[in-house]
Every structure is written in C-alpha cells, then in structure tokens.
Design a protein around this ligand. Sequence first.
Ligand code: PMP
Length: 396
Amino acid sequence: GRPSCECNTCYHGSDCSIPSLDCSADADSGNPLFLEPYWYRHAKGSAVVVAGWHRMGYDATGENFISVELEQHIRKLHRIVGNAVVDDRFIIFGAGSTQLLYALVHALSPHNSSSPASVVASIPYYPVYKMQVDLFNSKLAEWRGVTSSWVNESISSSSSSSSDGSMNNFIEFVTSPNNPDGLLKQSILGGSSVIYDYAYYWPHFTAIPAPSDHNVMIFSSSKLSGHASSRFGWALIKDEQVYKKAIYYMKLNTMGVSRDTQLRMLKIIKVILAEHGRKGDIFSFGYQTMRERWTKLNKVVSKSKRFSLQTIPSQYCNYFKTIRDPSPAYAWLKCERDEDQECDVVLKNAGIICREGSLFEADDRYVRLSLVKTQDDFDQLVQKMDALVSDHSSIS
Ligand code: PMP
C-alpha cells in the first residue's frame, strides 16, 4: 500500500481525497514518479541500510571510482532488456546522465584541432545539450545549432566538411526515443561523432527494435527505475581514447559518482533483475502504466480538432516479443487553430501547466505535457484537458 504522505497540491483532507478548487494540473517536469507504486510493492526488498563506518574512503571496488558489482549488474540488465550491446564496451558512471552529456562532448572534441568541434541536435531537442555547451564556453566545443542545416552543407561539401563530405569535426546529439516527441531517432549527419542519449530507451516508453550498437550511448536510472534524486547515469563507450578522456573529465569534475548512490543503485537493479519475468515486473508495470495514460489522453484529445498529438507507430518489440502500442513519456501536443499561436497560454488559461515548444527550439504551437508524474498529476491533466476540449468554443 501507499505509505502516508503529503497531499498533492490539488487535494486536501486527512486522506487527500478532497479536490482543491482553483488548482492547476502540473504537467511540466519529467519527474518519474509513475514508478513509485512499483517501489511501494518492493519497499522492504529495495531498502538499503549503511553503517556509519562503511566505505568512508575515496576508493571503490573497481578502478575509476566505480563499483565492480554494479557494473556487472548493469551489463546483465542490458543483456536481459536487449537495448544495448555491452560486449567490448567501457563503462563510466556519472551524477545523472546530465554530468555525462558534457563529459562526452569534452571527450569527443578533437583536442589537437585549431577549431572547436561543432555540437548540434535535431529540433525538437532536450535544451540542456545547448545550455551546457554555452555555459562551459570551451575552446574545444561550440554549439552550432540544428543538425539538418548541416546535412545540406555536407551534401554540397562546404568548408566545414572534409573532402569526402563527412562531418568529422561534428558532435551530434541523438535522443532516442526523443524528448519531447517520443520518436525513435538515428544520426543524420554522416561521419560525425554521435552521442546517443538513451535516457528513455527502456520498455516503459518505447518498443525496443534491437540492441543498440553505437560508439557512445548514455543511460540514466532516472527514467529506468525512477530514482532521479540518486543522480545516477552511465555511458557505454567503444573507443578507449574517448573513454580515457571522459574518465579524466570525471576525475577532475567530481572524482566519480557518490559511493552511497552506487550502493543504492546496486540494490535497486538487483531487485529489478530478481523480479524480471514475474508478473508486474518493472518493465511490464512501466509499459502498462504509460500505455494506459497515452490511450486515455488520446481519447480525450481526439474529441476536438483544436488539438492533436504526435503519432507514434505500434512497433515490434524485441523485449516483449510482440507488436506493442506506443507509451511515450511525454505528449507533444499541437494547437491546430490559427489563433492559438501560443499553445502554452491556451493550456495555462485552462489550468494546465506545460512546457512551451520554443524551449525545444520548436514552434510555440507545440507544448510538452509530462506523462511520467504521479497518477494524481495525470488524472488532473486529463480532467482539465477534457474540460478544455468539451468547451463549445473549442469545437471547430
Ligand atoms: N537526457 C534526456 C533526454 C532527459 O530527458 C533527461 C532528464 N529529463 C536527462 C538526459 C537527464 O537526466 P538525469 O541527469 O536525471 O539522468
């Protein structure tokens, strides 16, 4: 059962059952609390107790501040899920994938080149990529905007590409499935270095068509187990030189990831593995929860032509061994009417807090609605959305 807790801001009363008036549905952040019920069920088995004397020093069991046992369990998890090739790969840990994103930009930048690497992503993209590159303002790497504008460059073989047309001084971010639109993506810039951000490449959110086999792949526990506050991510890296540069970065940046966090993540992943294949394991729970939310929201949105949602195909999933329905982490909602140029304002006026499209460098006709928060958050979103589409003035 659910342990006693504070009420969601939209409810009050001793059992949090009385709806508060004038409460907005908050679909803004990507807080992965949809997984809380899974961990309520495994509260005891997933608990970690650490004595005061435990692992006080700087060391971990493995080199470069990582726990050997945790590394082994992560490799096992990838083999079971089938989302990434782990053989002949180096692993580094980071404080969330956030820390690894820039560690890999740094590691992939040519350190002996006179010009900085060009870092790019495809619209709509997760804004932190650009924000980090701009913040660190390094001589090694520079934000150069939208990937597609460089594809044309490479075809016309401009000065930025080498004689064979490959973009060898580029670092391309590919988020798959993408935040915010949930679509599976591939690199589109031939010859560039690519950072695959696989934060959402788990059966909760997407079909797993095949194990990914790329040079640099970043994962995070935030959206896998829901433990965003532990700040734990990892990267699988093929090339030893890239690995060594990333390790050097991590060494000077934080001297590795908190050993306490590693201990907790080991326990969490042990539970996931032990439960795997049983009824209600984390992947079937995650998929069912997210699919149900997606279906419900679609039903409501399709009542009106004023709004539309992204189309995600049903697809064969190598993990579930069947064709499966979409179950994205976010809805990428479009306001279709000419007068609704600022979709976030339309939603805000209807009591829905969301993220505007321009944050992802997309049109403000789009907004992102988070579907990964608590069931209460989601229910309120559907309730407000239903009221909005049922409003007579919105039916066209
Ligand atoms: N990449 C993507 C695409 C994300 O959406 C997020 C978090 N929402 C992150 C990376 C960072 O997550 P974390 O640092 O918690 O691993």
